[in-house]
Design a protein around this ligand. Structure first.
Ligand SMILES: Cc1cc2nc3c(=O)[nH]c(=O)nc-3n(C[C@H](O)[C@H](O)[C@H](O)COP(=O)(O)OP(=O)(O)OC[C@H]3O[C@@H](n4cnc5c(N)ncnc54)[C@H](O)[C@@H]3O)c2cc1C
Length: 198
């Protein structure tokens, strides 16, 4: 099967993008038949944090619980496929992206990279990785992009896009990336909480 969207990374930004797609798929005919896959190796920074300052999240929320909440929320839609896998290579074959994991090869029309800032360990010539310049700690990465776009149909969001590493920024940026794609599908400046085409 060829996926319409492959999200690589299922932390704060990747899950937020997926939840946004799930909400649109459950609501709009033009989004309903889109095939969406999240591939995640399970190493989100959310898992090692406690959250005391994330808007709307109760003081001291345990990160593993927050991660589980996001999975439960996404599972409500039953419309998005998730696999726990490590992406090793990303390539392009004509118009399709080819995503190779340690177990499978997937093809997708659009890829959203939500791989965080710890490491970029995907073999690819499609993206340039550089040092994350907003973080003092060494060894953190940023993927080169312009307003979240790397190249046609290749997006990056969250900490990997070079933003400040706060949960709300990463999750908001995942939602933004999903809204960009939904705007391409649905037309104009689309947001899934209403159907106000302008
Ligand atoms: C100890 C700690 C405490 C923190 N405390 C706070 C806080 O109090 N408040 C706050 O707002 N923020 C806090 N943060 C920051 C917050 O957790 C991050 O900003 C947020 O997780 C970034 O989201 P992200 O989606 O960009 O990356 P992540 O959540 O890290 O997700 C990246 C995902 O990509 C996956 N991935 C990477 N490469 C591959 C690959 N090749 N194949 C498949 N999957 C891949 C990883 O497994 C991971 O699941 C804290 C972070 C840490 C580490």
């Amino acid at each position: 099967m060829t996926y319409d969207i492959i999200i690589i990374g299922g932390g704060a930004s990747g899950m937020s993008a997926a939840i946004t797609f799930g909400s649109a798929k459950s609501k709009f005919d033009w989004a309903a038949d889109k095939n969406i896959l999240v591939i995640d190796s399970g190493k989100s920074d959310v898992n090692s944090a406690s959250f005391w300052n994330a808007p709307g999240i109760f003081f001291g929320k345990n990160g593993k619980e927050l991660m589980q909440d996001m999975h439960n929320q996404l599972d409500q839609y039953k419309l998005i496929e998730k696999v726990q896998d490590f992406v090793e290579e990303l390539d392009k074959d004509d118009d399709l992206f080819v995503v190779k994991t340690d177990k499978e090869t997937y093809k997708g029309k659009t890829v959203i990279l939500a791989t965080g800032l710890q490491k970029f360990n995907i073999k690819t010539s499609l993206i340039d990785a550089s040092v994350h310049d907003k973080i003092a700690r060494k060894g953190k990465v940023k993927l080169e992009n312009k307003n979240g776009i790397v190249s046609e149909n290749l997006y990056v969001c969250g900490a990997a896009a070079g933003h400040q590493t706060m949960f709300a920024i990463a999750s908001g940026d995942g939602v933004r990336a999903a809204c960009e794609v939904l705007s391409d599908w649905g037309g104009n400046f689309f947001v899934p909480h209403d159907n106000a085409f302008k």
